[in-house]
Ligand binder design. Structure first.
Ligand SMILES: *Cc1c(COP(=O)(O)O)cnc(C)c1O
Length: 222
């Protein structure tokens, strides 16, 4: 991913997604590229917006609140994805700002999001983050607790559309992506958010519908 301009990097990543999709006999249109703009200022984001990109990911509510309302005045059709850990006391702000929340991982947060949805009248798509490598230090719902969390999500009326994972670092990601895909099929969930700069092509061949790519589009984070 060596393209020098933001637009070149964008088209390189899109091409790579297209190749991986065709390898797996999938249509590239099934894959949404989320440009992860966390830590990057508006000046770094605008070239991607000017190049026509519209899906962006942030990992912190406060940072997103500082950057995106102004950008959205100019680029009204942006879709914002929250990909980082969410505290229950920020649920209302998150629901007000984001169109899709990828990091729903516990019952207390499901309940907080349901209350926030009722209060704001906004109902973002919600993905359950699964702790696919059973890593104690990581967020995400344990695999064994996924059925109960999905049932709670349905009971309280959240729009749960899929699953998300961050596989363990420094090992082959494919088996973890395959497990997440299997869990999504088992529960008839259409959305599968998996794959980052290092492994998004692998994720696309295994069924990702959303890839979250930061470094390959924006360069290293400071
Ligand atoms: C930062 C981040 C990404 C993007 O990672 P890159 O390696 O920079 O592409 C994707 N997903 C999550 C949850 C992140 O926090």
């Amino acid at each position: 991913m060596s393209g020098s301009s933001p637009a070149e990097r964008l088209s390189e990543v899109r091409d790579a997604i297209g190749k991986a999709a065709r390898l797996a006999k999938r249509s590239p249109e099934e894959v949404t590229l989320i440009a992860v703009s966390k830590t990057h200022p508006a000046e770094a984001i605008i070239p991607q917006l000017e190049a026509g990109h519209r899906h962006f990911g942030e990992n912190r509510v406060q940072e997103a609140e500082a950057k995106w309302p102004a950008l959205r005045e100019r680029y009204r059709d942006v879709t914002l994805h929250l990909i980082g850990r969410l505290q229950s006391n920020k649920a209302e702000e998150a629901v007000a700002l984001f169109d899709c929340i990828h990091s729903v991982d516990r019952a207390s947060l499901v309940n907080a999001l349901a209350r926030a949805t009722e209060k704001t009248g906004r109902s973002p798509d919600c993905l359950i983050q699964v702790n696919i490598g059973e890593e104690p230090q990581k967020g995400g719902c344990p695999v064994a607790e996924l059925p109960a969390l999905l049932e709670l999500g349905r009971d309280v009326g959240l729009a749960v559309t899929g699953l998300m994972c961050i596989p363990p670092a420094d090992v082959e990601a494919a088996p973890f992506f395959a497990l997440l895909a299997k869990l999504a099929r088992r529960h008839s969930l259409p959305a599968l958010s998996m794959g980052m700069s290092a492994d998004f092509e692998t994720a696309v061949t295994i069924g990702a519908t959303h890839v979250r790519v930061g470094t390959a589009l924006f360069g290293e984070r400071g």
